[in-house]
Design a protein around this ligand. Structure first.
Ligand SMILES: Nc1ncnc2c1ncn2[C@@H]1O[C@H](COP(=O)(O)OP(=O)(O)OP(=O)(O)O)[C@@H](O)[C@H]1O
Length: 296
């Protein structure tokens, strides 16, 4: 396992200023690496550049500075090794559920015959609970169903890297939970490296090994990397019962409420190449000596 399967090296994104000369810096000097098989979530307020980072990783956008190395090679454009699940479903409207997924499967395994492609696609249709809707077109599906097609399509090509932009945000609570479980199970099973954007702190705590905290934009920076102290075999239902749950949750919420606004690139000791890695944990308050032992 390489320690830097994904290596984001000093990237920045700037756009021409909306008024007058110069440029607006969305974020800059962003350094971040992930080993193979890790699940990373990026959290930060709206506009700090999360989708831009994900699009750069996908090869859909280019950084203004810096580079991204995946598996030892600088990325250039999109690849079937990197699948994206978008916030909006991005389905082909003229194809059915089966057609949308089969299209992705046959793009990846070009020599597979139709029967093999459809059987493989069906496995993922079943996984996301769309059995019976194979023949429907996107216009006949609810928003949640469309999102499930997008998730099945991305999972079906078993990419090395899964990139997810708030994939569950449009779903009802029950479907969201089921699909979070499914995505977690599949990514653990396949050893996929996953990079996800979310605004949902509990979702990040359930799914992620590491949580990347971005400050507010413009001029956003990666302030901290939070290691998830919850056990790897955690379950979504029991997450809140774990002793470290509140330490982790409070740490992230505290960042979002206060430090995301006050932390900047000029904060003393901030080194963009060596961002602090924090592992919040519950610590027992020191116990008072009992009266019995104190008087002995
Ligand atoms: N083509 C563009 N030209 C100018 N500014 C842009 C362009 N695309 C994005 N931006 C700006 O870049 C910033 C970052 O956008 P991005 O979508 O990456 O943020 P985000 O953190 O993902 O936000 P959200 O959580 O709301 O999805 C925003 O301020 C946005 O207005």
């Amino acid at each position: 396992m390489t320690t830097k399967f994904i290596s984001i090296e000093g990237i920045a994104k700037r756009y021409p200023a909306s008024q007058g000369p110069g440029a607006t810096t969305i974020f800059e000097d962003l350094w971040l690496s992930m080993p193979s098989g890790e699940f990373g979530c990026i959290i930060g307020h709206s506009g700090c550049g999360k989708t831009t980072v994900l699009n750069i990783l996908a090869g859909l956008d280019e950084p203004s500075e810096g580079t991204v190395i995946v598996d030892g090679q600088a990325i250039a454009g999109t690849s079937l090794d990197r699948a994206v699940i978008f916030q909006s479903h991005a389905l082909l409207p003229w194809l059915t559920v089966m057609g949308n997924i089969a299209y992705a499967v046959s793009s990846k395994w070009r020599k597979w015959d139709k029967t093999k492609v459809r059987a493989h696609a069906q496995t993922y249709i079943d996984k996301v609970g769309l059995t019976g809707s194979e023949h429907k077109r996107p216009s006949e599906l609810s928003g949640g169903m469309k999102q499930r097609v997008g998730i099945a399509r991305a999972l079906s090509i078993t990419p090395k890297i899964m990139l997810m932009d708030e994939p569950f945000s449009a779903l009802d609570a029950l479907t969201r939970g089921t699909l979070q479980d499914e995505v977690r199970r599949v990514t653990l099973e396949t050893g996929q490296t996953t990079f996800m954007i979310t605004h949902d702190v509990d979702e990040a705590m359930y799914l992620a090994d590491k949580i990347f905290l971005m400050t507010n934009g413009p001029g956003a920076v990666l302030a901290e990397i939070v290691e998830n102290p919850l056990p790897r075999d955690r379950s979504r239902i029991d997450l809140h019962k774990h002793p470290h749950y509140y330490a982790l949750r409070n740490h992230i919420i505290d960042f979002l409420v206060t430090r995301s606004k006050t932390f900047t690139a000029t904060t003393p000791h901030h080194d963009p190449r060596h961002v602090p890695v924090i592992r919040p944990a519950f610590t027992e308050a020191p116990t008072m000596p009992s009266l019995h032992s104190a008087t002995r």
